[in-house]
Design a binder for this molecule. Structure first.
Ligand code: ZN
Length: 62
């Protein structure tokens, strides 16, 4: 589980799992727009795109 904290005053707002969460801090009133980043998935998608691009059978005859 992740702790969800205000980006401005670092007050703990809650905890749990999220992919995208918008929460207003009751202490300082800052609107926190939180997105879970998953770098391992981003890298995987990037490598797949690269493979598709580079693996294009340009001279392949069928
Ligand atoms: Zn705050």
């Amino acid at each position: 589980m992740q702790e969800i904290r205000c980006g401005q005053c670092f007050r703990k707002l809650g905890q749990g799992r999220y992919t995208h969460l918008v929460i207003k801090c009751p202490r300082c009133g800052a609107l926190n727009d939180l997105r879970a980043t998953r770098p391992e998935l981003e890298r995987q998608r990037a490598s797949i795109t690269q493979t598709e691009h580079e693996g294009k059978p340009i001279f392949k005859k069928q």
